[in-house]
Design a protein around this ligand. Structure first.
Ligand SMILES: *[C@@H]1O[C@H](CO)[C@@H](O)[C@H](O)[C@H]1NC(C)=O
Ligand SMILES: *[C@@H]1O[C@H](CO)[C@@H](O)[C@H](O)[C@H]1NC(C)=O
Ligand SMILES: *[C@@H]1O[C@H](CO)[C@@H](O)[C@H](O)[C@H]1NC(C)=O
Length: 257
């Protein structure tokens, strides 16, 4: 039947060289997940191996976001991103809203908190005719006690809203900031919100939002290898490196390396 096979030797070269930066693809949706997402070059610079990124200057960041409206809908870790964009990168006009799962009658301070999907639905064609919208979402630490079913339900609502938004405003960019491991200080914590739960959330997010153009901003390895105490709120040095990667996802065409 078949005129089968030559047996050939497979040569495998094992070396300790790092993947050269220029071989990386531009940051985009649905990138392959590498074995390692990168490494810290020194205590202040993280070198991502997931896609082509750079350390952005204030001017470069301004150029990237000049025609864009950046919107952050998510938890306090996303609010930290807003602070770094404002203070370190001098970006003005950031819309940032604390969005979290409402359970019963939540704290009044956060009474404006509604679903991500509601927020996305409120972005009209008129809104995005004024500026291209960059919407950053996260679904992380406040969902620790959710059942998978409830969590997925929330994700699917958000996915539908993202798809509707992208058909209304095709030039919009949607980024989802994935979780990173958090502090592990007590045995109780590992019961109600262990790091496995957050790792699993990342997998669910990739599965649910895959294939529709959403860019996954994964900072798990960046955080865990950061030489810092691992905490839900990482220190500014780490957040700044998260933002460099974020900008590389927002404006891959401006990345020079
Ligand atoms: C890390 O490396 C970068 C790039 O070479 C340099 O600008 C920075 O000062 C270094 N930081 C530390 C803490 O050594
Ligand atoms: C969209 O436009 C309306 C009306 O101008 C404004 O009130 C609202 O804040 C805008 N929303 C966003 C997300 O830009
Ligand atoms: C997390 O904490 C628990 C109990 O305090 C400990 O047994 C476990 O080894 C810790 N896990 C990690 C990854 O540090």
């Amino acid at each position: 039947m078949s005129s089968c096979c030559h047996l050939s030797l497979i040569h495998i070269l094992i070396s300790d060289a790092l993947l050269p930066q220029e071989k990386l693809k531009p940051c985009a949706a649905d990138l392959r997940i590498p074995l390692s997402d990168g490494y810290w070059y020194n205590k202040s610079v993280f070198v991502p191996l997931v896609c082509k990124s750079q350390q952005w200057t204030i001017d470069q960041a301004a150029r990237c976001l000049a025609d864009k409206q950046i919107i952050l809908y998510g938890d306090s870790t996303l609010m930290q991103i807003g602070m770094v964009l404002k203070n370190t990168f001098k970006i003005k006009h950031i819309i940032s809203t604390f969005v979290f799962p409402m359970v019963a009658n939540a704290v009044m301070r956060f009474k404006k908190g509604v679903l991500e999907s509601d927020r996305l639905d409120r972005i009209s064609q008129v809104n995005c005719s004024i500026a291209n919208h960059v919407i950053v979402l996260n679904f992380a630490y406040h969902f620790g006690a959710f059942t998978n079913r409830a969590y997925l339900e929330r994700l699917y609502h958000a996915k539908l809203a993202v798809q509707n938004l992208l058909s209304r405003c095709p030039k919009s960019i949607v980024l989802i900031k994935l979780s990173h491991p958090r502090d592990n200080e007590s045995i109780e914590q590992s019961v109600h919100s262990s790091n496995w739960v957050f790792y699993d959330m990342n997998r669910m997010i990739r599965r649910v939002f895959g294939g529709i153009g959403v860019r996954f901003w994964d900072i798990w390895d960046l955080v865990i290898s950061s030489f810092e105490n691992i905490n839900v709120h990482m220190n500014t040095r780490v957040i700044v490196q998260e933002v460099h990667l974020m900008l590389s996802y927002i404006c891959p065409e401006l990345v020079m390396t």
